[in-house]
Design a protein around this ligand. Structure first.
Ligand SMILES: [Zn+2]
Ligand SMILES: [Zn+2]
Length: 363
C-alpha cells in the first residue's frame, strides 16, 4: 500500500494558485470557509477532515491510468469546461427500466437520488424526467455470454437522451439498474458520457452485492435469444434489492459522473469523490464528498455558501429519522406506501458533515 502525500505548499498552490487573478476567487470565501478549505493542506494529520490517497494495488486507478493532475487553475482556465448559466441550470435525471420490485419503491428510490443530487449540487435544480421502459428507448440489447444477464447498448441510450434533453438542461444523466455494454466486443461498461454534450448514462447493476456470485438472480436461467425489438424479456426482469449500500453507491456514482460534466477531472490530491476508480472495492473506498480543491471547482461553477450545502446534505441523511417518528394519526395507508430511507451506510459521512459544520460555525 502506498500513500500519496503532497507537501502543504503544493496543495496550497493547487487550491489557491500562484496567479493573482485566480487567487482573487479564493479571497471571496469567508474566514470560516477558508479555515475549512485549508484543512486540506495537511491531509492525514490527526483529527484532520481530509485524508491522503492510498494506492492499494497496481489495479487501482492511478497506477492503471496515469493522468496529469488537475489543479484549480488548470480547471479554471480550461476553455472546454461547461458552466451552468441562467438558461441552462437544471440537471435532468432519466431513469431507464425498473428500479425496484414494486412501482412505489422505484418512485421513492429515484426521488431519494434526485433529492441527494439537489443537495450535492447545491444551488442548481435537479429534475426527474418521466421514467421510460427499455422498449421506449428503442435500444439494442443482448444476453452477456459469460454472466448471462441482460445488457443494453450505451450508444443507443445516449442518442435517446440527446433527443430527450430539455432546452434548459445543464446536463442529462440516464440511470438504469440494467447492465450496459458499449460495443459487441466489450464485456460490459459501468457507464459512458459525452461531456461536450452534457450527457451520460450509468448503470448500478454491478453494485448489487450478489452480482459477481453464481447465485446472482439477474442470470437468466434458460438460454434466451435476444431478438431485436423483443423487449418483453425486460418485463419483470430482476432488479437489485434497494439496500443502504446500493443507495450509497448510486449516490456516489451519480455525483462523481455529474462532477465530470462541470469539467472536474479525476482527483489526485487527496481522498475525494472525484478520485478515479477501477473496481468496486476502490469506489467503495472513496468518500462521499469533495476534497477542498474539487469543492472550489464546483463552487466557482455554481456559487453557494459551503455551510448551506453541508446542511442540505446532512438534512437528506437525517430525513429518514423524521419519517419514522411520524406523528400518531398519520394515515396508515400513506405509511404503507412510504419506505424509510435506508441511510445506515451514510453514518460516517453524517459524522464528517457535522464536524465540517462545527468548524464552519466556530467564530
Ligand atoms: Zn470518473
Ligand atoms: Zn478532489
Amino acid at each position: 500500500m502506498k500513500v500519496i502525500q503532497h507537501s502543504p505548499e503544493k496543495l496550497r498552490t493547487a487550491l489557491v494558485s500562484n496567479s493573482k487573478t485566480i487567487a482573487k476567487l479564493y479571497s471571496k470565501y469567508t474566514e470560516e470557509e477558508r479555515r475549512l478549505l485549508e484543512e486540506g493542506f495537511h491531509p492525514g494529520t490527526p483529527g484532520s477532515l481530509f485524508k491522503p490517497i492510498t494506492v492499494h494495488s497496481d489495479s487501482d486507478w492511478i497506477p492503471a491510468h496515469p493522468e496529469e493532475p488537475q489543479d484549480f487553475e488548470t480547471f479554471y482556465k480550461d476553455p472546454y469546461r461547461r458552466t451552468p448559466d441562467a438558461d441552462h441550470s437544471t440537471i435532468y435525471l432519466q431513469t431507464i427500466g425498473s428500479f425496484g420490485e414494486v412501482g412505489v419503491q422505484t418512485d421513492q428510490y429515484v426521488e431519494w437520488l434526485r433529492d441527494y443530487c439537489q443537495a450535492f449540487f447545491y444551488g442548481l435544480s435537479v429534475n426527474l424526467l418521466p421514467a421510460v421502459t427499455v422498449a421506449e428507448t428503442g435500444c439494442s440489447f443482448r444476453v452477456n455470454s459469460n454472466s448471462h444477464n441482460l445488457q443494453i447498448l450505451t450508444g443507443d441510450l445516449l442518442r435517446f437522451l440527446e433527443k430527450r434533453k430539455p432546452k434548459d438542461a445543464f446536463c442529462i444523466v440516464g440511470i438504469t439498474m440494467i447492465d450496459l455494454y458499449p460495443k459487441d466486443s466489450w464485456n460490459f461498461v459501468f457507464g459512458q458520457a459525452s461531456l461536450s454534450m452534457g450527457m451520460g448514462i450509468f448503470s448500478f447493476a454491478r453494485y448489487d452485492d450478489n452480482f459477481y456470485t453464481r447465485s446472482y438472480a439477474g442470470r437468466l436461467k434458460k438460454q434466451i435469444e435476444a431478438k431485436p425489438g423483443a423487449y418483453s424479456v425486460f418485463e419483470g426482469y430482476y432488479t437489485p434489492p434497494i439496500t443502504s449500500t446500493l443507495l450509497l453507491r448510486s449516490c456516489k456514482t451519480m455525483t462523481h459522473e455529474i462532477g465530470h460534466m462541470f469539467g472536474i477531472k479525476h482527483c489526485q490530491w487527496m481522498n475525494c469523490i472525484m478520485q478515479g476508480s477501477n473496481h468496486l472495492e476502490e469506489s467503495d473506498r472513496r468518500p462521499l464528498d469533495f476534497c477542498p480543491i474539487c469543492l472550489h471547482k464546483l463552487h466557482v461553477s455554481v456559487g453557494f455558501q459551503i455551510a448551506e450545502r453541508y446542511k442540505a446534505l446532512l438534512l437528506w441523511m437525517e430525513e429518514d429519522l423524521s419519517q419514522i417518528s411520524r406523528p400518531e394519526g398519520a394515515s396508515s395507508c400513506h405509511a404503507s406506501l412510504s419506505y424509510p430511507k435506508p441511510t445506515e451506510a451514510f453514518h460516517a459521512s453524517k459524522l464528517w458533515l457535522r464536524r465540517c459544520l462545527d468548524l464552519l460555525e466556530k467564530h
